[in-house]
Design a protein around this ligand. Structure first.
Ligand SMILES: Nc1ncnc2c1ncn2[C@@H]1O[C@H](COP(=O)(O)OP(=O)(O)OP(=O)(O)O)[C@@H](O)[C@H]1O
Length: 237
C-alpha cells in the first residue's frame, strides 16, 4: 500500500444477482484531492461505489479503508467509519424540507458539525435560501447540492460522489464542480463522472474501469494528452 493511501481496493469482485459485474477492481485513493473513476456506460463505476459502501457486497478481494478491512461490514458500519456517499439518484426525501433533509443525515450536533454545516451553506447559498422548502420541490442542481451537503456535514474522511453532473444544465454543472473543487481542500473525494471536461478540471488522478476491471490509471493531466486512450476506453475523440 502506498503511503497516505486512504482507501485501497485489491482484486475486488462483485455480483448483482447472478451476474458477475466486477471482475477485478484494483485501485488506491490517496489522502486529499480528487480521484476520478472513468469508463463507458455500464462499465461498473456505480457498482464499484456501491461495493465500497457494502450496498452490493464484494464476493472476493479486499477493501481497506484507513488500514482496516471493511469488505465484510454492513453499510451503516462502513458509513460510521467515515465514508460519505452521494448516490446517483441523490436520495433526497421529497416531503422533508431542506433543513430536515440535512438534520436527519447529521450523526452529531457538535460544534464541528455546526461549523461544517455553516461552511457548506456558504458554499451553496440556495440551500440556506430554501431551508424550509420541501426537497421534492428543488431544482435538479439544488437537489445535487443538498445531497452533497448532507454527506459533507458529517465527519467523513472520504466522500464518494456518483455522477454529480447528471441531468444538469451546463452552467449548474459548472457550479457544482466548483464547489467540489473547494471541498477537495477539506476532504478526500472519489468521484464518478461522465462529463470528461469537468472531471479533468477537478480530478487529480484517474482510474479507467472497463467491463468490471480497472484497466488504466494515471494523472489527469496526462490523460488529457492521451487521445488514443481516451478514444479506446471513453469513446472521446
Ligand atoms: N440491478 C441490476 N441487475 C442486473 N444488472 C445490473 C443491475 N444494475 C446494474 N447492472 C449491470 O451492471 C453493469 C455495471 O453497471 P454500473 O451502473 O455499475 O455501470 P456504470 O459504469 O456506473 O455506468 P453508468 O454510467 O451507465 O451508470 C452494467 O452492465 C449494468 O447493466
Amino acid at each position: 500500500m502506498k503511503r497516505n493511501s486512504l482507501l485501497k481496493l485489491n482484486q475486488v469482485e462483485a455480483y448483482i444477482q447472478q451476474f458477475h459485474i466486477l471482475h477485478d477492481i484494483t485501485f488506491e485513493v490517496p489522502k486529499g484531492g480528487v480521484t476520478v473513476l472513468l469508463g463507458r456506460n455500464g462499465a461498473g463505476k456505480t457498482t464499484t461505489l456501491r461495493t465500497i459502501m457494502g450496498l452490493n457486497p464484494a464476493s472476493n478481494g479486499s477493501i481497506v479503508f484507513n488500514e482496516q478491512e471493511i469488505s465484510s461490514l454492513k453499510p451503516h458500519m462502513i458509513a460510521n467509519r467515515g465514508i460519505g456517499y452521494v448516490p446517483e439518484d441523490q436520495g433526497i426525501f421529497g416531503d422533508l424540507t431542506v433543513g430536515e433533509n440535512i438534520r436527519v443525515a447529521m450523526k452529531k450536533e457538535d460544534e464541528e458539525t455546526t461549523n461544517r454545516l455553516e461552511w457548506v451553506l456558504e458554499l451553496f447559498p440556495d440551500l440556506k435560501k430554501f431551508w424550509t422548502k420541501p426537497g421534492g420541490q428543488l431544482s435538479g442542481g439544488q437537489k445535487q447540492m443538498l445531497a452533497i451537503a448532507r454527506a459533507y456535514v458529517n465527519e467523513n474522511e472520504l466522500l464518494l460522489i456518483d455522477e454529480p453532473s447528471k441531468g444538469l444544465a451546463p452552467i449548474i454543472v459548472e457550479k457544482v464542480m466548483e464547489s467540489i473543487q473547494q471541498m477537495k481542500e477539506k476532504t478526500t473525494i472519489l468521484l464518478v463522472e461522465q462529463n470528461f471536461l469537468m472531471a479533468s478540471k477537478i480530478g487529480d488522478q484517474f482510474y479507467i474501469i472497463d467491463d468490471g476491471q480497472t484497466v488504466h490509471d494515471g494523472q489527469m493531466t496526462e490523460l488529457k494528452e492521451d487521445k488514443v486512450l481516451m478514444k479506446k476506453y471513453l469513446g472521446i475523440s
